[in-house]
Design a protein around this ligand. Structure first.
Ligand code: 13P
Length: 346
């Protein structure tokens, strides 16, 4: 393991004004995204969509430090023969790779999942490094049960522990292969729970994660955290203000995330585009943290461009314009410099 190299990559991933583009939707998930624009998800269409994003020069050069890819994309070539990995690198962005095999039903814990993919991971990581990946992602999924259902209260401690342990085993394997691990324990925001419940569960999950990272010998200087923000469930009638989300998220992170971690790159998790930008901006306006706070958004960076593109090559330029705008707004938010006027200015 070369910790200096890992740290350099991790620091670059969270450069102020920049963040990560999560374009690592599995074939199933991208199929759902394409279905929302009535577009069939073929190998070529997935390539066209992602190639369009990676050729959006302004966004890629200025506001995307790295791109998380699905394995198919890591091996894919654009129409002119350039690999998509080289396209990303030509914009001075770092290619990364999603390496987990998805959240699978957990034995003994009905309704909960544990993320799989550790078997054979050492070999895969070495291959991904050869293909150009310098960081990886593993997502654990923690679901909060409906507060009205006393018969099934989740997450259980067993599911939290199994997931954070797997995250730590994955992270140790990544660092051995000189790949920076993004550790992503996502507390889902779909559901009825209030913001206090998300606060408590996120706190518990992050405490467990950092204890496990320590136990597995993971070096925090070469690790990036990808958490959820502390928000209420989407179906909860009482929604917190932007300020409350920012204050609660910062409070939890300060208590759980050691200062050796170079940066924290949030997932958007189903927040609407501007909300994800505004929340990140509010946190950076509080400021004074030992780590950078930025984005690793999937939907919140891509959704408006996806609807504009709608699977048609005629919409290429307009879709790039949308992507440029969202990338720029989030870049500003990563420095606490976003405003509603700039948002409207398009
Ligand atoms: P969202 O920003 O759409 O939540 O995606 C980020 C991600 O990588 C989830 O694993």
């Amino acid at each position: 393991m070369n910790l200096e190299q890992l740290n350099q990559v991790a620091v670059k991933m969270v450069t102020p004004g920049q963040g990560l583009l999560a374009a690592d939707e599995s074939t199933g998930t991208i199929g759902k995204r394409f279905a929302s624009i009535n577009t069939e998800s073929t190998y070529e269409k997935r390539r066209d969509w992602r190639e369009m994003l990676f050729r959006t020069d302004h966004a890629m050069r200025n506001h995307v430090s790295g791109v998380i890819l699905y394995e198919e994309t890591l091996r894919q070539t654009s129409e002119d023969g350039t690999t998509l990995v080289d396209l990303i690198k030509s914009n001075d962005a770092i290619p990364g790779i999603k390496v987990d095999m998805g959240a699978k039903p957990m034995a003994g814990r009905p309704g909960e999942t544990v993320t799989e993919g550790l078997d054979g991971l050492r070999g895969r990581l070495n291959e991904y490094y050869e293909l150009g990946a310098r960081f990886a992602k593993w997502r654990a999924v923690i679901e909060i049960s409906n507060p009205e259902r006393a018969d099934q209260v989740t997450p259980s401690w067993g599911a939290i522990k199994a997931n954070t342990h797997a995250l730590a085993r994955y992270a140790a394997l990544c660092q051995e292969a000189n790949i920076v691990p993004i550790v992503e324990p996502e507390v889902l925001m779909n559901g009825y729970h209030g913001v206090q419940t998300c606060h408590d569960i996120t706190h518990k999950v992050l405490k467990s994660l950092f204890a496990d990272l320590f136990e597995q010998g993971v070096k925090l200087e070469g690790t990036i955290l990808k958490p959820n923000m502390v928000v209420a469930g989407k179906r909860c009638p009482v929604q917190p203000s932007v300020e409350e989300v920012a204050e609660r998220t910062v409070e939890v992170l300060k208590d759980c995330v050691p200062s050796a971690v170079p940066g924290i790159a949030f997932l958007s998790g189903g927040q609407d585009n501007v909300q994800a930008t505004e929340n990140l901006n509010a946190m950076n306006q509080i400021g004074g943290f030992p780590w950078s706070l930025t984005y690793s958004y999937g939907r919140a960076l891509q959704q408006s461009a996806l609807f504009t593109w709608a699977g048609e090559s005629d919409n290429y330029d307009a879709a790039q314009k949308e992507f440029n705008h969202r990338a720029k707004m989030n870049g500003l938010a990563s420095m606490g410099e976003w405003t509603a006027e700039l948002e409207r200015a398009g």
